[in-house]
Design a protein around this ligand. Structure first.
Ligand SMILES: C[S@@+](CC[C@H](N)C(=O)[O-])C[C@H]1O[C@@H](n2cnc3c(N)ncnc32)[C@H](O)[C@@H]1O
Length: 229
């Protein structure tokens, strides 16, 4: 999904958690309000970096962190992956479950409303997908990504895609906003080079579609790490 779909709007301040690291309840309330004010997506699309990364891979088990509208989970399931999709917003996960049923993919997607800071499932995966897992308040992303990486089987991959630039239609036009580089994401994960290999850490540009048919060049920050053993 492009930032236009994922981002809160400026009038979200009423629901905006005022403190860093809000409780699971506050985070759920905030994200429920974001998702609920948008119409349920009728045809959620996958993120381009997911498509380019996963297309050559054989299907396996995937964990989608902060699945949002579900475009990534649905695309993966359609390609034969077994997907565990987690989001703190029950609005998001119930919409995804509905889409999965409508497409005959219900047996391939488990969509659960869960604060991923609190717990991750005790399962093993071949892919962990964290796409635009940005929040307008501070939360310990590193801890979540590190725990999720530990759920990968040998050979499995962690894909983290962050924004690298602010689209003109983004809710956040703060000129001082700074997105972490892929290196800044991977370093605090402290992944031993004997067990992990960084396959990709770059900042590619692409043309993104925004609301009202607008397009703009945006930058993604892409990190792909493979567990070797
Ligand atoms: C910017 S959206 C990205 C959604 C989707 N991955 C995409 O690419 O469109 C971030 C998502 O993370 C979810 N989220 C934020 N904090 C979370 C948390 N602590 N636990 C689970 N999901 C969370 C939000 O509900 C939201 O759907």
């Amino acid at each position: 999904m492009d930032h236009s779909d994922a981002a809160p709007h400026r009038d979200d301040t009423a629901a905006h958690p005022t403190e860093a690291h809000p409780s699971g309840k506050d985070a759920a309330r905030y994200w429920d309000s974001i998702h609920a004010r948008r119409p349920a997506p009728t045809d959620p699309r996958p993120n381009p970096r997911l498509v380019e990364t996963v297309t050559p891979l054989p299907p396996g088990d995937a964990l989608d962190l902060g699945c949002g509208g579900g475009g990534d989970a649905l695309w993966l399931a359609d390609r034969g992956w077994q997907v565990t999709a987690l989001d703190v917003s029950a609005v998001a996960t119930s919409r995804l479950a509905r889409q999965a049923r409508a497409r005959g993919l219900a047996d391939r997607i488990t969509a659960t409303a869960q604060d991923i800071r609190a717990a991750l499932p005790d399962l093993r995966f071949d892919l962990v997908n964290a796409h635009y897992f940005h929040t307008p308040y501070a939360q310990d992303r590193t801890a979540v990504l590190r725990s999720a990486a530990d759920l990968l089987r040998p050979g499995g991959r962690l894909l983290v895609v962050d924004h690298g630039s602010t689209a003109p239609w983004s809710w956040n036009q703060d000129p001082d906003v700074r997105y972490p580089t892929p290196r800044e994401v991977v370093e605090p994960l402290r992944l031993s080079p004997t067990r992990w290999r960084v396959e990709r850490a770059d900042t590619p540009h692409r043309i993104a579609a925004g609301p009202d048919g607008r397009t703009a060049e945006v930058i993604d920050h892409v990190l792909l790490v493979r567990r070797i053993t």
